[in-house]
Design a protein around this ligand. Structure first.
Ligand SMILES: NC(=O)c1ccc[n+]([C@@H]2O[C@H](COP(=O)([O-])OP(=O)(O)OC[C@H]3O[C@@H](n4cnc5c(N)ncnc54)[C@H](OP(=O)(O)O)[C@@H]3O)[C@@H](O)[C@H]2O)c1
Length: 232
């Protein structure tokens, strides 16, 4: 990976350059025309190996990995795993995946819930809590809807998960930005134009303007890795 900004440098190590862990980092990949899904409605076909290297690195640096229920319902999201090199650098098991779901209407037989080395956690509201099997750890904040700031506080204060990564999808990402909970956007720009009205766009649900400060730019195998600090 080559750093283009702030100071150009060759052969930078993703684990080091992304090592300044903010409170909540949003990490997503998209095509140059803004699609966050590939032709199959998933993300694997977007950024290739270079994107996966950064994806795995951001996971290894996080204390918990937030994902929206819509992403889980694709059935494509497996349990958190760590490759031996990243496990050694992290110095412990993978961070848990934290599924954010108002309804908690989820398929509890998915490997995400049955095979995770670090058990998957569910964030929901009091209404959704009854739908979560007893053996799964739950954070329930808010009555009919999730109180996102309170849920994030509980993940940090109650569960000791200080440095959070959100991997999307767009609905959850927009909700976290709207609630001023995101510190950094790490956007991986895959060198492709996908076109087509059927693709999901980066932040479809965002209804407010958020100024961004670019802080770094890297390139690896044609994928541009842009980092922005959110000015909120
Ligand atoms: N390119 C990328 O980096 C990337 C990353 C992740 C996902 N994706 C793609 O994005 C698509 C899924 O995105 P999506 O926007 O449809 O779904 P999503 O953001 O993954 O999940 C949306 C769901 O999360 C829960 N949720 C979100 N915000 C909430 C809030 N403020 N309060 C309470 N619950 C909240 C709700 O769950 P309930 O319905 O259970 O109440 C909502 O229906 C998939 O196609 C996936 O492949 C792309």
């Amino acid at each position: 990976m080559r750093r283009l900004l702030p100071e150009p440098a060759a052969g930078v190590d993703p684990y080091e350059v992304y090592g300044d862990r903010p409170g909540l980092r949003l990490g997503m990949v998209m095509s140059v025309d803004g699609s966050v899904t590939d032709a199959e409605g998933w993300t694997d076909g977007l950024g290739g190996d270079a994107d996966f290297r950064v994806f795995r690195t951001l996971r290894a640096l996080a204390d918990a990995i937030l994902v929206g229920a819509g992403t889980v319902r694709t059935g494509r999201l497996g349990p958190a795993r760590l490759r031996p090199d990243l496990r050694a650098r992290r110095g412990g098991p993978p961070a848990p995946i934290v599924v954010v779901s108002r309804s908690a209407d989820l398929d509890w037989t998915l490997p995400l819930f049955t095979e995770a080395e670090t058990p998957t956690i569910v964030v929901t509201c009091q209404n959704g809590r009854k739908n979560v099997p007893a053996h799964i750890q739950v954070v329930a904040e808010g009555e009919d809807d999730i109180d996102l700031p309170a849920a994030i506080d509980t993940l940090r204060g109650g569960l000791g998960r200080e440095h959070l990564l959100c991997e999307g999808g767009p609905t959850l990402a927009a909700a976290l930005i709207r609630a001023s909970l995101v510190d950094e956007l790490c956007l991986n720009l895959a060198p492709t134009l996908l076109g087509g009205a059927h693709h999901t766009r980066l932040l479809d649900g965002l209804d407010t303007e958020v100024p961004l400060d670019p802080t770094a730019l890297y390139i690896d195998e044609g994928v541009l890795f842009v980092r922005y600090r959110l000015r909120v």
